[in-house]
Design a protein around this ligand. Structure first.
Ligand code: ADP
Length: 312
């Protein structure tokens, strides 16, 4: 599926985007870019403003201020929106009594697309065998596939998927991941949201991290990991009290863990080993630990996680 539209793919740009609902600021002065040819992960806890941002991109919600554009243009100003941008915003938003084929046909007709394309996208998402089944009988995974088929109908250069991995089994997750990778490789812009760091870690090239509507980080996945993970050392001594004194005297910061081992930050394992040896403290364990990306994400978004904040 290599197409002219993909080759002329354009990026998505949010510029000082803000949305208020009464006293709630859903999206707060948010600026970011999603570039063609890469998978951009839009990451944040529930309530961070991801869906609202995507809805503003599609003109389904009006920004209070700021803009979100496709190749510099508002969606309303696109010459051919169906061939430019595709969306999966809510996989359950299908008529339950309508067969998958007819669901796609209705969309393709509304967008002035060839009927043959319906068969192509059904094939692409692995639903050819279920084309005549009613969408109401589909599992969540099949609905996600149907939603992605709908998004791909116009063979668009830009794809926006809201929580596409939600509720999928490992096979379904692997399938969407591979599809997104292939689509990005063709030069398309892929923006997908998730509240799960573990999913992002395996799929995204670039990250836009948000919390309470605000930008927390915009970086490549590698940069994000490098900038935000801290190296730590775990050490367990036969005499924890003596090791604690030795580390304290050397000005090394540590915390005691439930198994009486220490988690040391700001010193490498060699340094910790030498401090222990100089004091004649025997060690049962000494090793490096790296904070998981999940931990980093939770720490970064902790202060801005809606349900942990003060009552509004
Ligand atoms: P996410 O997709 O990251 O989970 P949302 O964009 O759905 O976050 O929500 C962001 C915030 O905006 C939440 O506090 C949510 O309750 C609020 N919100 C979203 N839509 C509406 C709406 N139509 N009316 C009022 N508040 C809303």
């Amino acid at each position: 599926m290599s197409s002219a539209s993909a080759r002329s793919a354009v990026g998505i740009r949010a510029e000082k985007l803000t949305k208020r609902y009464g006293g709630t600021v859903a999206v707060d002065d948010l600026s970011f870019t999603a570039e063609p040819g890469v998978i951009t992960g839009f990451l944040g806890p529930n309530g961070a403003g991801k869906s609202t941002t995507m809805r503003m991109l599609f003109g389904l919600t009006t920004p209070t201020s700021g803009t979100i554009t496709i190749g510099g243009r508002d969606i309303a100003d696109l010459d051919d929106p169906a061939r430019t941008i595709g969306a999966l915003l809510d996989a359950r938003a299908v008529h339950p009594h309508r067969a998958a084929f007819h669901h796609l046909l209705a969309f393709s007709q509304a967008a002035g697309l060839d009927r043959r394309r319906v068969h192509e996208v059904l094939e692409l998402v692995g639903l050819s065998g279920a084309a005549d089944r009613r969408a109401g009988e589909f599992s969540l995974g099949m609905n996600q596939r149907l939603g992605i088929a709908t998004a791909l109908l116009g063979d668009p250069g830009v794809l926006v998927l809201d929580e596409p991995l939600n509720g999928l089994d490992p096979e379904g997750i692997r399938w969407i991941r591979t599809l997104m990778r292939d689509l990005a490789r063709e030069g398309r812009t892929i923006l997908f949201s998730s509240h799960l760091m573990s999913e992002m870690e395996l799929t995204a090239d670039n990250l836009i991290v948000v919390g309470q509507g605000r930008l927390i980080a915009e970086a490549s996945l590698d940069e994000f990991v490098r900038a935000n993970t801290t190296q730590a050392v775990t050490v367990r001594a036969q005499s924890p009290a003596r090791l604690a004194r030795a580390l304290g005297a050397a000005g090394v910061t540590f915390t005691t863990q439930p198994d009486a081992s220490f988690l040391v930050t700001g010193a490498d394992s060699g340094t910790v080993g030498r401090i222990a040896a100089a004091e004649g403290v025997a060690l049962d364990e000494l090793g490096r630990v790296r904070e998981s990306l999940e931990d980093v994400f939770l720490r970064l978004t902790h202060d801005v996680t809606e349900y942990e904040g003060l009552p509004a």
